[in-house]
Design a binder for this molecule. Structure first.
Ligand code: G3H
Length: 493
């Protein structure tokens, strides 16, 4: 473990109490209060994080405000070098960060390692793509009534201070996807990590600091969302909020913050439609991956599968077979296991409650359905109806529901009437039919013959309705974190 590198993050006791980063130093809060971070694997307290006070928030945000001007003045190529160095430090500490992530959020070894390496790649990509971001010059002469005496020099400028709120399921990667585009474009960052995942986020902060991000340009403020979330979001010195989390919290923040730009990724509740001509083996394999990776705690997980009776009768036994063969539930520290616990007892309670409710409402548990502590078996349900809670509201756990439809039009109605709109998958061997159907589905992205997913990270990634606001994906995030500033020149006639 690279102790010296990260020494100032905590008091080094067991379990450690972590400091927060006020923009200049790692420090304990004057509140004297901390929040426990417990491992979903065994419930052990693995650390405590500071619950910061409102005045500490005020001071830190003022530092971010002051630092932003100097940061913006540093040439982008230099800012990029600092970020590339951060990417290299992440790679250097990959093993340690992976181990931490497994303990802190219960990801399996492969999933945690993938998150860390993907984060380093993402930083490099953002830093490179930032260099291609440019404004433009427009002449008045192309619009009726104007001539060459009027021209606009249109610059792209940073927004100022960006508040980034990251979720527990990708505390490093979805933090990087917010912090890096903000920094490369000359913004400063007020970073609010999730409670579960906060420790990994604190390590990430230190990596950016040691790579050379100047004082005040990043501040990392910890505490429960219910304690400090509203105060942060409504802070008058915040110029933009970027958030990933549930639809419920997303709507709450959006209602509170007023007229500043937002970039939100919220709940997914993604459906998959299987057309009768689909390759049932390949489809079953994608459904298993889509439903159960990271125990179904991904906004891009497949939550329900729509098909006609004969299609479901063909694919469902294959999904069960593949689940038996591929999914091994157990302690995620053991590399052979690929389905770990869900994040908390409360989450497990909710998932179990919904499975039992669906059963009572005549859904059939085809596979799994049981729970041991925070471990929920990979669960496959048949005869689910769209009104049942298990799919009506996103169930953030390893459960996939099969919904038998009478026609493809019925599938369209179910998806388009849903309050979510992140992604949908279509499985078919006829790409043309897939594209035609995709055009009728009202979601952010439609995948043909794949599970829903965010990556590759330079593709646009967006949710509509309750699933988000604004577009992410490297270039799109860079654009969202900057604004156009026209300076109009009026020359003498
Ligand atoms: O949970 C939300 C993430 O953005 C999903 O990302 O599709 O790469 O797992 P992923």
């Amino acid at each position: 473990m690279p102790k010296d590198y990260f020494a100032q993050l905590s008091d080094q006791k067991s379990p450690p109490t972590y400091n927060f980063f006020d923009g200049e130093k790692w420090t304990a809060s004057t509140s004297g209060k901390t929040v426990d971070v417990t491992s979903p694997i065994n419930g052990n307290i693995i650390g405590r994080i500071q619950l910061v006070t409102f005045s500490e928030i005020d001071r830190a945000i003022m530092k971010a405000r002051q630092a932003q001007k100097n940061w913006q003045a540093i040439p982008m190529i230099q800012r990029g070098k600092i970020l590339h160095l951060a990417a290299d430090w992440i790679r250097h500490h990959e093993y340690y960060l992976t181990t931490l992530l497994i303990k802190e959020i219960g990801k399996t070894t492969a999933e945690a390692k993938d998150e860390i390496l993907r984060s380093a790649d993402m930083i490099d990509y953002f830093a490179n793509e930032g260099l291609n971001l440019r404004g433009e010059e427009l002449s008045g002469e192309v619009f009726p009534g104007y001539d060459q005496t009027k021209m606009a020099i249109i610059e792209r400028v940073p927004l100022g201070v960006i508040l980034a709120i990251a979720p527990f399921n990708y505390p490093v990667n979805l933090s990087v996807s917010k912090i890096t585009p903000a920094l490369i474009t000359g913004n400063s960052i007020v970073f609010k990590p999730p409670t579960q995942g906060a420790i990994s986020s604190l390590y990430l902060t230190e990596i950016f600091r040691i790579a050379g991000v100047p004082d005040g340009t990043i501040v990392t403020l910890t505490g429960g969302g219910s304690d400090i979330g509203d105060y942060l979001c409504t802070h008058p010195q915040v110029d933009m909020v970027t958030f990933t989390g549930s639809s419920l919290v997303g709507k709450h923040i959006a209602e509170k913050i007023g007229m500043i730009p937002i970039l939100f990724e919220c709940g997914g509740n993604n459906p998959a439609i299987i057309l009768p001509d689909a390759d049932m083996e390949a489809t079953a394999a994608e459904i298993v991956k889509g439903a159960f990776s990271y125990s179904g705690q991904r906004c891009t997980a497949i939550k329900y599968v729509l098909g006609l009776d004969p299609t479901i009768d063909k694919v469902l036994p294959k999904v069960v077979e593949r689940t038996k063969e591929l999914i091994k539930m157990g302690d995620p520290r053991i590399p052979e296991n690929n389905l770990g616990p869900v994040i908390s007892d409360a989450a497990a309670d909710e998932i179990e409650k919904r499975i039992l409710l669906a059963k009572a409402q005549e859904a059939r548990i085809v596979y799994g359905g049981k729970r041991e502590g925070k471990y929920i078996e990979p669960t496959i349900l048949d005869n689910v109806r769209p009104s049942m809670e298990i799919i009506h509201t996103e169930t953030f756990g390893p459960v996939v529901s099969f919904v038998r439809i009478k026609s493809i039009d019925e599938a369209l109605t179910i998806i388009n009437d849903s309050s979510y709109g992140l992604q949908a998958s279509i499985f078919t061997s006829d790409e043309g039919a897939g594209i035609n159907l995709a055009k009728k589905i009202n979601v952010g992205t439609v995948q043909i013959n794949s599970k829903p997913q965010r990556g590759p990270d330079h593709f646009p990634f967006l949710g509509i309705k309750g699933s988000g606001a604004g577009v992410q994906g490297v270039r799109y995030t860079l654009e969202a974190m900057t604004r156009l500033k026209p300076i109009v020149l009026n020359k003498p006639q």
